[in-house]
Every structure is written in C-alpha cells, then in structure tokens.
Design a protein around this ligand. Structure first.
Ligand code: PFF
Length: 453
C-alpha cells in the first residue's frame, strides 16, 4: 500500500504492490471482453500473432519508458512532462503529451463504464438463473433484450461510475493492493475452470485452430492497426496511467522486471479468454464476429450447462466487475490528479466533476446500442467512434510520443540511470527498440491503415 505520509505522492510499499496495481490496471475488460471480440472480427490467428508481436516489440519497451518517465517526473502527466522537459532542455510543447493522455483516459472511461455495467447486470442474471440450460438462441435473445433497454444500461453504468468514483475519492491505494491480490488469482482460477469446460466441447480444436493458425489472407491494414491499438489498450499504455503509477515506484525497483511480469500476466489472461470463448463459439454455432456482445452470448451457455455453473457464473461476473474497477480507477486517476494539482480542487471535488463528465459522455455509448444505433458517422456508431479513435489513434500516438521523448529527448545518462539494467547490452536493446522499432512500427501501421502504404 502507498504510504501517503512519505511525500505528497507517497510510494508503493514494495515492488509487489506496484505489480498488483499495474496488473490491476492492465487486466480488465480489454482482455476478457475486447480481445476475444476483436480477434473474432479480425479473422483469428494472424491477428493474434501480430498482437503478440506488438506487445513484445512495441508494448513492453514503451511500458518501460512510460514507467520510467513517471518515476523521474513524480507528478501528474502534464507536470511530469514539464519537469522532465526542463531537465532535458526539450521543447515546451511536450507538455501536451500529458494532456492528450488525460483526455484519452477520460474518453475511454466513458464507454468502459457502460460495458462494465453490462458485467454488473450479468451478475444478477447469473444469480437469478437466467442462463439455466441456455442455448445460443436463448443467450443471444437475453443479450439483445438487455441492450435494447437504455434505462437498464444507464442504471448499471451509473452504479459502476459511482463505485469507481468512491474508490478514487478515498485515494487509489486504499484497498487496491488487497483487492487485486485476491481478485487476480480468483479470476485466473475461474478462467482455468472455464477452459476445462471448453476442452470438453466438440468445437475445442476448431477454436484452437481459429485462435492460433495464422491465415494471413485475413489480415488487412486496418486489422494490424487494431492489433497495435489493442496492445496499448490492454497494457494500459500511452495515456499517463502507467506514468502515474510509475510516479509512486520506489527507486530501487527494477522497471524492466516488473514490466515484463505485468505484460506477461496481461497477455496470458487475454489468451485464456480466447481459449475459452472460441471453442464455445464453434461448438454452439455462434458467429465469431458477433461484436461487442460476444462474451455475453457465449459464456452464459457454458455457465448454463456446466456442473456448478450457477455459482461459477455469479463469481465470474463479479470478478469481471472487479477487474474492470481496478482498470477504471487507472483510467480516471490522471484526470483527477491533474484537477487536484493544477486546478486546486479537493480530491472529492475532482472526482465528482471528472465522474459526472465521464458519466454524461457515457450516455452516447448507452444510446449507440439502442435509440441511436442508426446514427453513424463514417459508418460507425458513437461508441465505435470513441473506441476507434482512442484505442487506435490516441493511445498509439501517445505511445509514439513517449517513445520519442524517452529515446531521443531525454538524456541517455538519465534513462540509463532510471532503468538500471544489469547489462549494457540490455540497455542497448531497449534503446534500439524505443528509438527505432517502436516509432517505426506505429508510423508504418498508421500509413498502412490510412492507405498510403
Ligand atoms: N488495460 C485495461 C483493459 O485491458 O481493460 C484498460 C485500460 C486501463 C486502458 C487503464 C488504459 C488505462 F490507462
């Protein structure tokens, strides 16, 4: 837990506390809800392979860089960038990097809360036995009826947003470490159980094949961009959350080791989710590209038909809500810290304002699934637009800027001192990835996606 007496910012009490908070931020709806549905929409294996490469070559080096910037700056993202920039004698415009991140987190939270609300509603559906002996038609009807009702979505969106704000109000360290320490193993255990069930279904190998056999003919420029965006989204990069958590990191902790542990845990949970969902999709004749409803249409079939499914269903959706909470607090913390440090608000006021604004914007997502579903811009509903812009443009651009700053603007002596890698070669590899590979990858993917390449 953070010791708030230590400095204005406090510090994590240990490396473990930091790993728990960072894992809490990384593992969330992105792994369990988003990864399976976008993998389904983008054709499976080849997309997964590109995703894994993005995590390894772009995500991990940038996560190290973002943590490092946070630890050296020790402030909210805007002031951190101002401090570091003064130290590096760079251009004053770097502070906008901090602001862009704050806006991205806020935009993501607006829809994240709506989807987390779905998970909340599914706790009750599981509890009241709605999944009992369900087949694909029944779960699809259940989901379609649910999202057709704006009132229900607003109710659950409100519950989730209030819960997030109450936690952030008390200061993120309170209970975060404890709840993540309990929740992660529990969620992991439930996923293993679901995997065991998925292995007994007739579509198991078809699911495996879909997830791991790369058919490159299914890969488009857009899907490469989506894979890159998902790497940022899932690791929680490019918007200042990692920077904020890094600001609380004690000096002696190895940034490289902790980053690799968090990234590995995050990737494992996403792959596990895929290993559970796709066998069910093929066993029960569902469509892999069913979109955002995919897990809500598949998992209830498993819970409705497996032994002990009632209990596991209730527990699973509770854990999913907790996983979403430990991510949503990271999404809004940069904005809250900024309101406190730069606008002089109290923590309570900052939370109420940021929460209300994100809640209001979330209504656009609520209505995207019902009343306004016909309202599209370039063929996208408002939800799709916010998701696409934040995950595929704002986060990678934020990451690109972090890479350029850490690789080119910051003095190598400083980054070397912060990272304190045991071997000079390790530092060289990181520097090479952050200077050339990560920026080039983001840039090429953009060019390709907008049709220039
Ligand atoms: N990584 C979270 C997820 O996969 O659900 C989402 C997220 C959290 C994105 C925190 C960005 C962030 F700063």
């Amino acid at each position: 837990m953070m010791d708030t007496n230590k400095s204005q910012h406090g510090e994590w009490s240990s490396r473990f506390a930091f790993i728990m908070a960072a894992t809490g931020s990384a593992v969330g709806l992105g792994n369990i809800w988003k990864f399976p549905y976008i993998t389904g929409e983008n054709g499976g294996g080849a997309f997964v392979l590109v995703y894994l490469l993005c995590v390894l070559l772009v995500g991990i080096p940038i996560m190290m860089a973002e943590t490092m910037l946070g630890r050296r700056g020790r402030k909210n993202p805007i002031d951190t960038m101002i401090n570091l920039n003064t130290e590096a004698a760079g251009d004053a415009n770097w502070r906008y990097l901090g602001s862009a991140g704050i806006i991205a987190g806020f935009l993501i939270l607006s829809y994240y809360s709506v989807i987390a609300g779905w998970a909340g509603a599914y706790v009750i559906k599981a509890f009241t036995g709605s999944f009992f002996s369900a087949d694909a038609t029944a779960t699809k009807a259940l989901f379609d009826n649910f999202i057709a009702s704006p009132m229900q979505l607003i109710f659950w969106h409100t519950v989730f947003m209030v819960a997030t704000m109450l936690i952030v109000m008390r200061g993120i360290s309170h209970g975060l470490e404890k709840s993540v320490r309990f929740m992660m193993p529990c969620l992991f255990g439930l996923m293993i159980l679901l995997l065991a069930y998925a292995m007994t279904t007739k579509g198991y190998f078809q699911g495996l094949h879909f997830l791991f056999y790369p058919d490159f003919s299914k890969l488009t420029g857009k899907s490469v961009l989506v894979a890159l965006g998902q790497a940022f989204f899932s690791l929680g990069l490019g918007m200042g959350a990692v920077m904020i958590y890094g600001a609380y990191l004690p000096k002696e902790v190895s940034i490289a080791k902790t980053t690799v542990i968090v990234a590995a845990a995050d990737t494992l949970v996403a792959l596990l989710a895929g290993l559970v969902i796709f066998p069910l999709v093929f066993s029960y004749g569902l469509n892999p590209s069913a979109g955002p409803g995919l897990i809500f249409e598949t998992l209830p079939i498993a819970f409705g038909n497996m032994p002990g499914g009632w209990l596991f269903g209730v527990l699973f959706f509770i854990m999913l809500v907790f996983a979403a909470l430990s991510s949503s607090i990271a999404l809004i913390e940069p904005a809250v810290t900024w309101l406190i440090e730069c606008k002089g608000l109290s923590r309570e006021q900052a939370c109420v304002r940021a929460g209300l604004a994100a809640w209001g914007l979330g209504l656009a997502t609520v209505f995207s699934f019902n009343s306004w579903s016909g309202f599209t811009i370039f063929g996208n509903t408002l939800f799709e637009l916010i998701d696409y812009l934040t995950a595929n443009f704002m986060l990678p651009l934020g990451g690109l800027a972090i890479a350029v700053f850490a690789g080119w603007v910051m003095k190598p002596a400083h980054s070397q001192e912060e990272l304190a890698l045991p071997e000079p070669l390790h530092y060289q590899i990181w520097q090479w990835l952050i200077r050339y590979i990560a920026p080039a990858a983001v840039f090429l993917v953009f060019l390709h996606a907008i049709g220039v390449l």
